[in-house]
Design a protein around this ligand. Structure first.
Ligand SMILES: [Ca+2]
Length: 109
């Protein structure tokens, strides 16, 4: 893995831990775990946002992330942790998804 990817991965885990998650798990894998169990609309909505951000480069990003890292402890999130996750994840994924779509469009010219 490149250094940039390592830094992004560590930042992802740091943010996950900040909002009550396992420090060895990513936000996407945590979300994918809870999406797979279909127990809570919050995680399904967060997963739709994350998956939209990554859609130009990967299908089913959250479920793939969880399937590739199933040995972690995937905690649910308290109310304020849910709000914090949504506040961080939503703008990031909107920017990421927009940039990746522009890049894809640019490469198609
Ligand atoms: Ca892990």
């Amino acid at each position: 893995m490149s250094r940039i990817k390592n830094i992004l991965h560590a930042g992802d885990n740091l943010i996950n831990a900040t909002f009550g998650g396992d420090p060895d798990a990513s936000i996407s894998a945590r979300t994918g775990f809870h999406m797979a169990s279909h127990h809570d609309p919050y995680w399904n909505r967060l997963g739709q946002i994350i998956d939209w951000g990554f859609a130009p480069i990967e299908d089913r990003h959250c479920l793939e992330a969880w399937e590739n890292d199933q040995c972690e402890d995937y905690q649910d999130a308290e109310r304020w942790d849910r709000i914090g996750l949504a506040v961080v994840v939503t703008p990031f994924c909107l920017v990421l998804g927009t940039v990746l779509r522009i890049r894809k469009w640019w490469q198609s010219l």
